[in-house]
Design a protein around this ligand. Structure first.
Ligand SMILES: *[C@@H]1O[C@H](CO)[C@@H](O)[C@H](O)[C@H]1NC(C)=O
Ligand SMILES: *[C@@H]1O[C@H](CO)[C@@H](O)[C@H](O)[C@H]1NC(C)=O
Ligand SMILES: *[C@@H]1O[C@H](CO)[C@@H](O)[C@H](O)[C@H]1NC(C)=O
Ligand SMILES: *[C@@H]1O[C@H](CO)[C@@H](O)[C@H](O)[C@H]1NC(C)=O
Length: 524
């Protein structure tokens, strides 16, 4: 198997974005080629490890919007405003562009997008969002060759996830803070959760040819409806597609996927927030696999909980650590006694383990085969009245980081569930809603059920969704004194002997079928 190449270049946060036509984040040459080949569609990609940070922002005047010369482009103006959408969203809106009218149009498109979401759900606590319309490489005349943000359309992500323990299975799931704010778990109302400054970060490229429904013009083929893209991205910000358990493609040359890993020490509680310039996952050091996300409580791959696959890899990693495998290369990290490893050495050790190798190949094989990944809204908690299933996007081969697995199957693009597909023909939001007979919000019924399953509350419900009887926030993540527990659970997983794994040459998996026998063995 090939060794991973540059690790830092692969650093990323879980997906969450997706927009039409080239979106954020540095694309690989292959992915970029695919995007160019499909320029007629909007590809919603994920996230960006280096979108523009909000630096040098001028003081906001009490009247709201102000302008100032952008430091690196005298023709650009920076426009800032605070936008409230009911009590649902508090948006810090920053716009770098050459045209103030554009910024005002973008601001209202954003506001309408947030209103669509607020018309479908109700929220107990206000979510904070940082939205920036940015100039690629901080200039209004970026060089397409050297500016890797040139083709970015936009992206969004929840900045912070807090560990929550489910009482039925004892597993810890990471909850994005926008969701946790809506729940009644012990500690939330008591003010013990250290909320981040912004729950959601969203970034959109000011230089794209955005179309606004208020313009009175027809959208043409070079334009994109910002309101549609923003609704899609905010939906990611709420946690749609927040997979942590299977969408890490460490090495693009190997047909394998694996969970995300933490690059922060296990004792860091709460886990660090992502910013536009720092991502706590998949960095240069590997402490342990990231806990699965609440999204992963509902995802089933080839009819089996994604968590089952995750557990084999997690257990194998723990066993390799316990066995003090010489294959693991430790890395010194200042300020912690926890041991960190080079990601390449961990993945190499897992690849040489027969079970783990099989699982990683199965994740990839199924993750690149249509109709294999399903979000089952009925999965949890016991007694839920939800029954719908959403087929997720697993048809892309090669795997596309940020598009694959984090979206609704592309075949839903002609149905009322079109909002969260990764790519769409160029059409305005309203045209798509009319064509698919979707609800006026643009949020299809199953797309809505997905967030209801995770714990959000329907706007027309009485009261709010309760989870306090079925889940607890990990007490170590709460501010309250006296709850710290440093014991760890490395104990239970170490007996399974994976240490004797022979390096077997695994046949190239081209058909999912070829995996089933090996998988049978891996579940034991
Ligand atoms: C599309 O609309 C934009 C903005 O009005 C305009 O600049 C562009 O020339 C139009 N393109 C076509 C192909 O009509
Ligand atoms: C739906 O997706 C199919 C397959 O990618 C594509 O051919 C078609 O143009 C799309 N239609 C719309 C309305 O996006
Ligand atoms: C994964 O392993 C860690 C120890 O590294 C353990 O604390 C955790 O409970 C495991 N998670 C699952 C879901 O098995
Ligand atoms: C390991 O598990 C056993 C049995 O559950 C328990 O008695 C023991 O204290 C644990 N050891 C550690 C180090 O957690």
């Amino acid at each position: 198997m090939t060794r991973p190449r540059s690790i830092s270049a692969r650093q990323r946060q879980p997906a969450n974005a997706a927009l039409p036509q080239a979106t954020s984040r540095p694309l690989t040459a292959g992915a970029a080629a695919v995007l160019l080949a499909t320029a007629a569609v909007l590809v919603l990609l994920p996230l960006a490890t280096h979108a523009r940070p909000l630096i040098n922002a001028p003081i906001v005047s009490s009247t709201g919007a102000i302008t100032t010369t952008h430091p690196s482009d005298p023709r650009a103006l920076r426009y800032l405003n605070d936008v409230s959408v009911g009590s649902a969203f508090q948006i810090k809106f920053t716009c770098d562009a050459t045209d103030q009218a554009f910024c005002r149009n973008a601001e209202s498109a954003l506001q309408r997008a947030a209103q669509r979401i607020a018309s479908v759900f109700k929220f107990r606590r206000t979510m904070t969002v940082s939205v920036a319309m940015f100039l690629p490489c901080e200039t209004s005349t970026p060089d397409p060759q050297s500016c890797d943000e040139y083709s970015t359309l936009g992206f969004a992500l929840p900045t912070t996830r807090i560990p929550v323990i489910h009482k039925d299975d004892g597993v810890t799931y990471m909850y994005p803070t926008p969701l946790l704010k809506q729940l009644d778990l012990a500690g939330v109302a008591e003010g013990q959760v250290p909320w981040p400054e912004y729950d959601i970060l969203a970034r959109f490229n000011s230089l794209r040819n955005w179309w606004f429904s208020t313009s009175g013009t027809n959208m043409n083929s070079t334009q994109r409806d910002l309101e549609f893209v923003a609704t899609h991205e905010l939906y990611h910000g709420l946690g749609f597609g927040d997979d942590l358990a299977m969408s890490n493609q460490f090495d693009q040359k190997s047909p394998e996927l694996l969970p995300f890993y933490n690059s922060f020490a296990p004792e860091s509680q709460p886990p660090p927030s992502a910013t536009v310039s720092t991502m706590p996952y998949n960095g240069n050091v590997f402490f342990r696999f990231a806990e699965p996300s609440i999204w992963n409580r509902f995802t089933y791959l080839a009819d089996r909980p994604v968590l089952d696959y995750y557990k084999v890899l997690n257990d194998t990693f723990n066993a390799i650590v316990q066995a003090k495998s010489p294959a693991l290369q430790t890395v010194n990290v200042a300020g912690t006694k926890s041991v960190a490893y080079t990601p390449a050495s961990v993945i190499s050790a897992l690849q040489r383990n027969e079970k783990a190798g099989t699982i990683m190949e199965a994740l990839h094989a199924y993750g690149t085969t249509a109709n294999k990944l399903i979000f089952k809204t009925s999965a949890w908690p016991a007694g839920t009245t939800l029954t719908s299933n959403l087929v997720l996007e697993s048809s892309l081969d090669p795997f596309m980081d940020g598009s694959s697995l984090a979206h609704t199957t592309i075949t839903a693009n002609v149905t009322s569930e079109f909002l969260m597909v990764y790519a769409t023909a160029v059409r305005s939001f309203k045209t798509a809603i009319d064509a698919t007979k979707a609800p006026a919000s643009g949020i299809g019924p199953i797309t809505k059920d997905v967030l209801l399953a995770m714990g959000y509350t329907s706007a027309d419900a009485q009261g709010f969704t309760s989870r306090k009887d079925v889940a607890d926030i990990d007490p170590r993540a709460l501010r309250a004194p006296g709850t710290s527990s440093t014991g760890d659970a490395a104990n239970s997983t170490t007996k399974k002997s994976a240490a004797a794994a022979v390096v077997t040459k695994t046949p190239a998996v081209s058909a999912v079928v070829a995996l089933s026998a090996a998988l049978m063995a891996a579940w034991i």
